[in-house]
Design a protein around this ligand. Structure first.
Ligand SMILES: Cc1cc2nc3c(=O)[nH]c(=O)nc-3n(C[C@H](O)[C@H](O)[C@H](O)COP(=O)(O)O)c2cc1C
Length: 367
């Protein structure tokens, strides 16, 4: 047991270190838990059937060890998965802009959907995904972008721990009021959907709002001194997403891995072009195109998902190099080689131990 880093999170979940690992890859999730942390499976783009299968696979592999699932349940989505109705409302200017990118980069129109367009984000789909989670044995339900009271209550009624990702103090208040058990203070620095406030400014404000509810820090964490800093701020752990893209378990496409390895913290940008909400990702030709003054203003979710989903799917299937990309946080600058999940956790833990020991030495120096 690592006593220096031991927090209530370790007791609560029987984890060795208070490190949550978020990933869309089941292999990564399993490996995080096996390395002593807590793996969280991002399943927002999975069907209810895939969720049932994925959670069963994790349970088989991990037994009683802790793991969780993350859903994104934004408010204001259409009632049903009616793609034609959505498409009818997409302005021509937007459709022709995507068509122009298709022509410019030679992206084939293969008639297949991508991750964002394999189903329409709708209330109906969210209810079905949530039902699959509630009926499963998964012990932790995390929610990015809002934590609807009904989902929180449903999970708590079934004895699940509810984790809410929050990017602003006002969201912390509503998450606590709806009954969240743990808050993740996710700062501007984070990969994927993220708000306006930097992690180091956000975390203490969320901790102040959270009262007795424990807080975990996310966004930009890539080395152990940040883990020590998170604990010093009063957090009970850290939550990482970008780190795992560099692991063998994640099996990131080689071109994307190479872009990630070459990226520094200033090589990411926040863009609404993928989903309609600000999404931090590495800079590529995709972000360059949408950041041009002549580009249309992205539509709101889920219209933007449908506008670009098939196109981005084809980019991946046909490996259109300039447009291949990944969500990534400013933490991308801490990783510069292919590694393993266990190595990432060992490095973070070792560095955090060193940082805490250095702090103790410094404070015991006689003046
Ligand atoms: C590739 C990638 C995909 C992500 N997808 C989601 C998601 O579907 N749901 C979610 O709540 N958070 C998602 N996140 C954000 C993570 O949960 C986490 O807050 C973030 O990665 C922390 O910052 P870091 O990227 O600097 O480690 C994603 C992050 C990355 C890097």
């Amino acid at each position: 047991m690592n006593l220096a880093l031991h927090t209530t999170i370790c007791d609560r979940f029987r984890a060795e270190v208070p490190i949550f690992g978020f990933a869309h890859s089941l292999e990564v999730v399993a490996a995080v838990t096996e390395a002593g942390g807590i793996g969280i499976w991002g399943a927002t783009r999975n069907t209810p059937e895939e969720i049932i299968d994925g959670l069963a696979w994790l349970r088989d592999r991990l037994g009683d060890a802790p793991f969780g699932i993350d859903l994104v349940l934004p408010s204001g989505m259409p009632e049903r998965d009616d793609r034609a109705a959505l498409e009818a409302q997409i302005p021509n200017h937007h459709t022709s802009f995507v068509a122009s990118l298709r022509a410019k980069y030679g992206v084939p129109d293969d008639g297949l959907p991508g991750t964002r367009s394999r189903f329409v984000r709708s209330q109906q789909m969210a209810d079905r995904q949530l039902r699959a989670v509630l009926d499963s044995e998964v012990p932790i339900l995390a929610m990015g972008v809002g934590s609807p009271a009904a989902a929180v209550q449903g999970a708590k009624d079934r004895g699940k721990c509810v984790v809410a990702l929050v990017g602003a103090p006002k969201h912390a208040r509503s998450a606590v009021e709806s009954g969240a058990d743990i808050l993740v203070a996710q700062g501007y620095d984070a990969g994927a959907h993220t708000g306006e406030i930097g992690t180091f400014s956000l975390a203490p404000q969320i901790i102040a709002q959270a009262g007795d509810v424990p807080v975990v820090v996310a966004g930009g964490v890539g080395c152990g001194s940040q883990v020590a800093a998170a604990l010093a701020l009063g957090a009970v752990g850290v939550w990482l997403g970008t780190a795992w893209l560099f692991t063998k378990e994640h099996a990131t496409h080689p071109v994307v891995l190479d872009k990630l390895i070459r990226a520094s913290s200033s090589d990411t940008t926040r863009l609404r072009a993928d989903s309609g909400k600000t999404l931090r990702q590495i800079k590529t030709a995709w972000s360059d195109e949408w950041e041009r003054p002549t580009a249309p203003t992205p539509l709101k979710m889920p219209y933007q998902d449908i506008l670009v989903g098939d196109f981005l799917g084809a980019v991946e299937r046909h490996e259109i190099e300039p447009l291949l990309k990944s969500e990534a946080g400013q933490s991308v600058g801490f990783f510069n080689e292919l590694t393993t999940v266990a190595d990432v956790i060992a490095r973070l833990t070792g560095e955090a131990d060193d940082a805490l020991a250095a702090l103790t030495r410094r404070s015991s120096v006689q003046v």
